[in-house]
Design a protein around this ligand. Sequence first.
Ligand code: PMP
Length: 402
Amino acid sequence: MSRTPPLAARLRGVASSPVRDLLALLERPEVLSFAGGLPAPELFDVDGVRGAYARVLSGPGARLALQYAPTDGNPELRALIADRLTGRGLPTDAADLLVTTGSQQALTLVATALLDPDAVVAVEEPTYLAALQCFQLAGARIVTVPGDEHGVDPDALADVVARHRPVLFYTVPTFANPTGRTLPAERRAAVAQVAAESGLWVVEDDPYGELRYRGTPLAPLAAAPDAADRVLYLGSFSKIGAPGLRLGWVRTPAALRPALVVAKQAADLHTSTIDQAAAAAYLAVTDLDAHVRRLQDAYRERRDTMIAALPGTLPPGSRWTEPDGGMFTWVRLPGDLDATELLPTALAHDVAFVPGAPFYAATPDRSTFRLSFTTNTPDQIREGMGRLATALAVGAETPAAV
Ligand code: PMP
């Protein structure tokens, strides 16, 4: 009798999340979901994107746009991204950039290029779930760096570096997923200094940085003078353009570029030629700043609506973040209320959130959950928060009753 060979060892510890399974099962149209980190589809520039694909496919470069292409990406697109980053305070040359299939692929490439099995990766706690999965799949050991409501504590990072010798520190310093927190300028400089002194690589993941609704923009951590040869900066069109394009990039120190190109070649040869060409054609004629301002205006109103509803929604003693941008607020319930146990009650009331536990690499705080404010209109947010208030009141009395 034949025996099915087991899965690769690297996959054994990476179970599908029971919460994800539950949310997928209950994806009913009547559920108002604050769970997924989805941009609002009605704000996608469908006409602009359609025009860009049409121009590429009807122009003299049509055949080239359907051909294999260089691994590091469309030169025109890289030049446009470099200009945009330079304008945001991160001087960048097209040659510093590698186009990736979403910034998620950049995480995989970084893991492939830098992590041996049992390598140590340092992360903030809590942090982006799919980054944790990516490092776990690479066989890395994850250690957490303490922080507070302003993000990671650079002294604690220095301490973790001294004790565990991580290869890299992964961070979302601007409007973090899942907390919405932003690392202040002094801490950015201090993190860069720790990296410069210790030889640590820093992976700055920044898909949300342009979605700012109040306050003054901060330069990326990668722009700190100490950080020039230590920080890999990841960006994406997913939140300012559309995630279905699957277009991201990594701005890499020159020393790592050849390794990342080899990792990318082995992964998918190159990111879709036609999608890159269409993105370049789109950016060449679009006022992306004006589009981002439209997103900011819509999302600011949604954020304000959700934050205003929180005191009337959550039980007394709850705490939450009030982010200056991005897509999420992070809630902590009082006492020993468990967000995972409350989720079925919320779903029974046709509203959804993501429990916080899976975002922790070490000790989960089970009283936390994440709410996304971008996908729903202000009216839907008010309705959904009403349902959540009822569900939390019911659930707090009889947890796991439904
Ligand atoms: N990093 C973070 C922090 C994210 O929240 C996401 C998407 N939710 C990604 C990376 C991946 O984005 P994409 O691959 O669409 O660029």
